[in-house]
Design a protein around this ligand. Structure first.
Ligand SMILES: Nc1ncnc2c1ncn2[C@@H]1O[C@H](COP(=O)(O)OP(=O)(O)OP(=O)(O)O)[C@@H](O)[C@H]1O
Ligand SMILES: [Mg+2]
Length: 148
């Protein structure tokens, strides 16, 4: 069984209608994301993956919403909180398994770590504890499903 098949039980499901609602939903996910965790954030460009992380990071008291920005160019953003070190990672610009190795994700994994990874499904070798799937439902609707 590969990593993407491992995260299989539907844990939470909702539809949000604004970025604010997605942030608020993200802030309810702390219990599902107690470290250590590898979390796949799956969804198209603009689906709301980074927006959801704003809520998660705020609820972990690791960063203010407005300080969470897309790691598109920096690839890894680190937010340290009292209960977890969050690593928000964007693999959109990573194309080969070798580039992935260079990022050193394995070195970030620890008892205190939650890795929140956008575009992680590009790399089947990665294994997930939790998978978050965001899908557009109209202009501002986003169906969000969490499995683990
Ligand atoms: N219900 C909603 N939930 C989240 N974002 C929404 C919603 N409705 C509209 N938006 C808008 O959609 C955009 C989501 O952008 P965001 O950067 O979170 O997406 P992303 O999935 O991280 O994309 P990328 O793959 O480019 O990193 C924002 O501009 C946000 O304001
Ligand atoms: Mg993003």
């Amino acid at each position: 069984m590969n990593g993407q098949a491992k995260a299989r039980n539907l844990l939470r499901e909702t539809t949000t209608y604004s970025a604010e609602e997605t942030i608020a939903f993200g802030s309810t996910l702390v219990e599902l994301m107690t470290p250590p965790k590898m979390v796949l954030l799956r969804g198209d460009l603009g689906a709301g993956k980074t927006t959801l992380v704003k809520g998660i990071a705020a609820a972990f008291e690791a960063a203010a919403e407005e300080d969470v920005t897309s790691p598109t160019f920096t690839l890894v953003h680190e937010y340290r909180g009292p209960r977890a070190n969050l690593y928000h990672i964007d693999l959109y610009r990573i194309d080969t398994p070798r580039e992935l190795e260079t990022l050193g994700l394995d070195d970030l994994r620890s008892e205190n770590s939650v890795l929140l990874i956008e575009w992680g499904e590009k790399f089947p070798r990665l294994e997930w504890d939790v998978e978050v799937h965001l899908e557009r439902a109209g202009e501002s609707g986003r169906r969000i499903r969490i499995s683990g």
